[in-house]
Each structure stands twice: as structure tokens, then as C-alpha cells.
Write a protein that binds this ligand. Structure first.
Ligand code: ZN
Length: 113
């Protein structure tokens, strides 16, 4: 399987260990956009062991704290996905950014029809 997350072209990795990595997404529209990517092919959180899930929660909360301290967003939003590739991934970002991301997606959809 030719998986983009197993073979990333270019990533700004801010922290990693053998289980997971935290990357800052290089998108000027969304400066507070981080992904926490589980390295193995696991699509659902309930497939993790208890220890793994605890590690993941710790990392996610640490990312959230750092983003809150450094960027002081109105709101942090998390999204869990894994639809395109079988990796767990989270996208903590600010409320305003998520709003414009959704607007951009809606716009994109409209242009296709
Ligand atoms: Zn992969």
C-alpha cells in the first residue's frame, strides 16, 4: 500500500516517539493546525491498548496546552479521522480556523457542481 502517512514527502515534526508523531501542518491559513498521527495502521481508537490510549491522550492534551499558551485561540477543536488512510489522526485547531476550513470546503464543493 502506497500510504502518504507512512511515506511522507515533507513534514514538520515537532515531537515523536516510536508510537506516534506530532506535526505542524504547513498551511498559512491555519497556523494552529497540528496533527497527532499514530504511526501504525490503526483506524479506530478502540483498537489501541489501554496503555497506548493513555499515551495518546497525554500527547493530545499536551499539544492542546501548548497551542492555548502560545496562540491563545478562542476555542480548540479536535477532529478524529482516518478515512483516507488507516491512521488515527487528530487536528487540534482554533475555532475561527475550523470555521473558515469548513467554509472553504463548502466553497470547494459548490464549485464542483
Ligand atoms: Zn500508512
Amino acid at each position: 500500500m502506497d500510504c502518504v502517512l507512512c511515506h511522507p514527502q515533507k513534514e514538520n515534526v515537532v515531537w515523536k516517539n516510536k508510537e506516534l508523531r506530532v506535526i505542524q501542518v504547513d498551511d498559512p491559513l491555519f497556523p494552529g493546525y497540528f496533527r497527532v498521527i499514530w504511526n501504525k495502521h490503526i483506524a479506530e481508537m478502540s483498537d489501541l491498548t489501554d496503555d497506548e490510549r493513555q499515551l495518546l491522550e497525554k500527547v493530545l492534551l499536551t499539544v492542546e496546552k501548548v497551542v492555548r499558551e502560545q496562540m491563545q485561540p478562542d476555542k480548540i477543536n479536535w477532529a478524529q479521522f482516518g478515512n483516507m488512510v488507516p491512521h488515527l489522526g487528530w487536528l487540534p485547531q482554533t475555532g475561527a480556523e475550523l470555521h473558515s476550513l469548513l467554509a472553504r470546503d463548502a466553497c470547494h464543493r459548490n464549485h464542483q457542481h
